[in-house]
Design a protein around this ligand. Structure first.
Ligand SMILES: [Zn+2]
Ligand SMILES: [Zn+2]
Length: 247
């Protein structure tokens, strides 16, 4: 009853628009339209890295068949078992993330989370996820934007899977504004100290699904996973709305 009331209230505050959540074209109710659907299913037919889930870019060397790892995943390990996303960070998917994050279209959390749920492979679900944790924003960023997009997605995913969400114990203590353009090593160093766990007991021995909007270099997901690992977390998995391509 309370959930229905809450949902009703949310619909009042952030009314769902009768448009495709991805391309914004009218006429599809609030469902993903046919043409966006076919783009999404196109991504599913592409080969992807078995570890980080990224799709190959132009010129990437991929084996003719079977699962494979991208060059980066072959070179070094990640503190998470695997990460997945429903498609590449480009075109309508990228625009949708932008409207969600910067355009104030909070209602997109529902449709985007549904797409993420479609790729929560048996590999992730069978691991016995006990907790969903969104990548936190710094206090300044949160004040600026008014909401944490990853937390909205995590809430949708947690309630669909009936798994608790913890959006409070992991905090971002340092802002890392000018990450783009920095060499990877510098970004990693900045991010290493950016996340802090307020109470380790909340994560101890728990298998956790980390939720974020985009996975590009994997630095953020990695830094969060490392912070959780240091707190004694069990197996870690990542899910995002979109991911970058590898070359
Ligand atoms: Zn569309
Ligand atoms: Zn990879």
């Amino acid at each position: 009853m309370f959930t229905i009331f809450w949902k009703g209230l949310l619909d009042l505050v952030f009314p769902p628009r009768p448009e495709c959540p991805l391309c914004g074209s009218p006429g599809s109710g609030s469902q993903i339209c046919g043409s966006c659907r076919s783009i999404i299913s196109g991504y599913r037919r592409e080969p992807y890295c078995g570890r980080c889930g990224r799709l190959p870019g132009k010129g990437a060397v991929i084996p003719a068949d079977g699962p494979h790892l991208c060059l980066e995943c072959r070179r070094h390990g990640w503190p998470f078992i695997l990460a997945r996303a429903p498609g590449a960070y480009e075109g309508h998917l990228k625009e949708a993330v932008h409207r969600f994050k910067y355009g104030g279209s909070r209602w997109l959390a529902g449709p985007l989370a549904s797409l993420m749920l479609e790729v929560l492979l048996p590999e992730i679900l069978s691991a016995g996820i006990e907790l969903v944790v969104p990548v936190p924003l710094s206090r300044d960023k949160l004040r600026q934007r008014g909401f944490n997009q990853a937390a909205l997605l995590a809430k949708e995913i947690g309630s669909a899977l009936k798994i608790p969400v913890n959006a409070r114990t992991l905090v971002k203590v340092l802002d890392t504004p000018a990450q783009t353009g920095l060499p990877k090593a510098a970004r990693e160093l900045n991010l290493r100290t950016a996340f802090k766990v307020m109470n380790k007991e909340h994560f101890q021995n728990k298998n956790i699904l980390i939720v974020d909007d985009v996975f590009t270099t994997g630095c953020t997901m990695s830094a969060v996973a490392e912070a959780l690992k240091r707190s004694g977390a069990g197996q870690l998995f990542g899910i995002t709305v979109a991911n970058g391509r590898y070359f």
